[in-house]
Write a protein that binds this ligand. Structure first.
Ligand code: HEM
Length: 455
């Protein structure tokens, strides 16, 4: 595959029809089965066929898994499919930022935010990514015992706070980071727990914690924004880009909108990237052959210097390690849309109101495109390998009009972090299987502890 969104190789057209999936329970449908183990449940749906009907409580649903169908669902988001409204937890923290906004409001916001994460801008964030990782690496010694989740979360948090808010004093970064952490954790709990079905007006302790964390975030962001406005100079951070962005009518983002977008970028990008790195270390630790190939590339391309953005294009194997990690452990593991009138997928009409789902977890494990799908084989992504992988057989960053805005940012960050650390060290993760728990992102089910070994 040659690009970060996968190649545009056509899939053979086929005739689709909806086949009935599990009958489920009266009223509840398959809600409980889904809740117990969503990944296994989606895998089971796939065994019925590529287009399967099922019920989620009172909702009629269709699960699609062929790349062609996934592509139609994602490309037709907004036109033929609405994204379901996000719950109170998201709205409290992210306000009405680009993830939460819908319709014309979303279009305006997306066009305002997009320029701040273009490849040219990401270039200017790359040195912060490398510097932050070098600081971490300088603190590691041979034989150290580390908690990989904690180390990667702290690192990606430092990178996010610096690149988004330009905040570099430890005290500011810490209080901002702490409030974001609470907010993110509580959003995850709401998403995966009872909060997902409770009406917005029901007060819960989790919701109270989210409101408190959000109030801290409001105050922190307001302080940073005021400092940027007073300073007036052009800083190389995302916030500065947003402060100067203008929409088609020449209007700027209000302070509230700036707050919502910066927090949205933080929440959208932090845990997704840190979990990807944790899974990458886990997979690398189990595959000596892949570790050796990665080390060989880093030695050859970098020698004894640290990587910069100019190395990104040459670190092809490192990029493949990240892509293959995202194939096996897609941190965003489901996408969904609600059919509007006239919606169709694979030529099949989707009745208005049908909730259509697809899951990266399932489609990424299709042996037609990924032989021996459970194997961690970065070589699959070698541009020379000539494998015909259809577009949307791999979609960790979604696709269509609402595709991830941070794709380039995330890829560059993950590649530079791995390059800095794996050039110097191997992480020997403690034996034992780590299973994915699907919350807001695909999380390891336990601590991932490792011993640092200098190469
Ligand atoms: C490995 C890391 C990442 C993964 C796997 C990922 C995945 C995704 C996916 C699948 C979507 C679409 C969700 C949907 O259609 O429902 C999305 C949207 C989004 N992502 Fe990412 N993301 C990552 C990193 C980032 C980063 C670093 C940022 C910011 C710098 C970011 C910002 C966003 C935003 C703002 C959206 C919403 C776009 C819209 O609705 O128009 N993401 N991401």
């Amino acid at each position: 595959m040659s690009t970060e969104t996968g190649p545009a190789v056509g899939t053979p057209a086929r005739e689709y029809r909806i086949v009935p999936g599990p009958r489920g329970l009266p009223f509840l449908g398959s809600l409980l089965r889904f809740g117990q183990d969503p990944l296994a449940f989606f895998g089971r749906l796939r065994s019925y066929g590529p287009m399967v009907s099922w019920r989620f409580g009172p909702n009629s649903c269709v699960f699609v898994s062929d790349p062609e169908c996934v592509g139609e669902l994602l490309s037709e988001t907004e036109r033929s499919f609405d994204q379901p409204a996000l719950g109170i937890a998201f709205r409290t923290v992210m306000g009405n930022g680009v993830v939460v906004a819908r319709g014309a409001d979303w279009r305006r916001k997306r066009s305002l935010v997009q320029p701040s994460v273009r490849p040219k801008q990401v270039r200017s964030y790359a040195s912060t990514m490398t510097d932050s990782t070098v600081e971490l690496a300088d603190g590691w010694s041979d034989g150290d015992r580390i908690d990989v989740k904690r180390e990667m979360a702290a690192l990606t948090q430092r990178i996010a706070v610096r690149t988004i808010f330009g905040v570099d004093t430890p005290a500011d970064a810490e209080s901002m980071g702490r409030a974001m952490d609470v907010a993110q954790r509580e959003i995850g709990k709401e998403f995966a727990g009872l909060g997902a079905v409770l009406p917005d007006w029901v007060p819960t302790p989790g919701r109270a914690r989210i409101r408190r964390a959000s109030a801290v975030i409001d105050a922190e962001v307001a302080r940073v924004v005021a400092r940027h406005r007073d300073g007036g100079e052009d800083r190389p951070d995302l916030l500065s880009r947003l402060l100067t962005a203008v929409d088609e009518k020449g209007a700027r983002l209000s302070d509230r909108e700036i707050r919502d977008e910066t927090v949205t970028l933080y929440i959208g990008g932090h845990e997704t990237t840190s979990s990807t790195l944790v899974w990458a270390w886990y997979l690398l630790s189990r595959e000596p052959r892949v570790r050796a190939a990665l080390a060989e590339e880093l030695d050859r391309v970098l020698g004894d210097r640290e990587p910069g953005i100019e190395d990104y294009a040459r670190l092809t194997y490192t990029q493949s390690v990240v892509k293959e990690t995202l194939r096996l452990y897609p941190t965003i593991w489901l996408v969904t849309g609600v059919a509007k009138e006239g919606a169709r997928i694979g030529g099949v009409p989707m009745p208005e109101g049908t909730r259509v789902w697809s899951s990266q977890w399932v489609t990424h494990r299709d042996a037609r495109w990924f032989p021996e799908p459970e194997e961690f084989r970065p070589e699959r992504w070698d541009p020379e390998s000539g494998d015909d992988v259809p577009e949307y057989a791999w979609f960790p960053f979604g696709g269509g009009p609402r595709a991830c805005l941070g794709t380039r940012f995330a890829m560059v960050e993950a590649v530079l972090v791995l390059a800095v650390l794996a050039r110097r060290f191997e992480l020997v993760v403690d034996p034992g299987v780590v299973n994915p728990v699907p919350s807001l992102t695909l999380q390891p089910d336990r601590d991932v502890l490792a011993t640092v070994r200098r190469r």
